[in-house]
Design a protein around this ligand. Structure first.
Ligand code: CMP
Length: 226
């Protein structure tokens, strides 16, 4: 997919004409990152807006005792780096490539110009920010639960919504994140995630096959965990 085709698939740019997409694409620079490479460092000044052209990233912060907390994972067609451009503060979180990834970057002034020129894009951006806030609210609720099986269950519901495909009432997630990353989303250890997966499998609620996960009877799973 070339840059122009990709920009058409980015939900917040869906209302731009072909000509406007081409103008924007001319201002964007492509950058590549390898797995685990830091793309943005928390608290540094923000000058650039990013769209993911290929691959995926995790948005993280470090807890006081140095543990990584994952706030979100974003994939192809999604954007990041808007917050510090909008409020003038430092980067609100770290952004790390989860796999080999390519991003398109847009300088701050061009990003702000687009929002001023196309109010519909500003509204789409606000819609996406509202959705992210809702997910963060759910994560705060989930992290406040003392029952770790429940926290991991809620994390799996979130991953199902973001990555899963539903078929015959079951959800399949291909490319399930690594257990350490699931642990960092759920506020627990990798060992606990591994143990909890075994318990959920014994109960017949899920089945794992490498990095594929099936959640059986997803509605019932949501009633139990979400
Ligand atoms: P910025 O603060 O410029 O740099 C870090 C980026 O991470 C931020 O912009 C957002 O794009 C992204 N980000 C921060 N918090 C969240 C979150 N809770 N969910 C999704 N993305 C986030």
């Amino acid at each position: 997919m070339d840059n122009i085709e990709l920009l058409h698939t980015v939900p917040i740019f869906k209302d731009l004409s072909e000509k406007d997409v081409m103008t924007m694409s001319d201002k964007m620079v492509s950058r590549s990152y390898s797995q685990g490479q830091m793309i943005l460092l928390e608290e540094t000044m923000g000058e650039t807006f990013f769209v993911i052209a290929a691959g995926s990233v995790k948005i993280t912060r470090l807890s006081e005792d140095g543990r990584e907390v994952i706030l979100a994972m974003l994939g192809e067609g999604e954007f990041f780096g808007e917050m510090s451009l909008l409020d003038g503060g430092g980067r609100s979180a770290n952004v790390v490539a989860l796999e080999e990834s390519e991003v398109l970057t847009l300088p701050r002034n061009d990003f702000l110009d687009i929002l001023l020129t196309f109010p519909k894009i500003a509204i789409s951006l606000l819609e996406e920010l509202a959705l992210r806030l809702r997910k963060s609210d759910q994560q705060i609720e989930s992290l406040s639960l003392s029952d770790v099986e429940h926290r991991i269950g809620m994390t799996l519901v979130r991953l199902s919504e973001e990555l899963g495909k539903i078929k015959n009432g079951n959800v399949n997630i291909h490319n399930l994140p690594y257990q350490q990353d699931i642990a960092n989303m759920a506020g627990t250890s990798r060992e606990t995630v591994s143990r909890t997966f075994s318990i959920l499998e014994e109960k017949g609620l899920v089945k794992r096959d490498g990095r594929n996960l099936t959640i059986f009877d997803y509605s019932a799973f949501c009633r139990a965990f979400a």
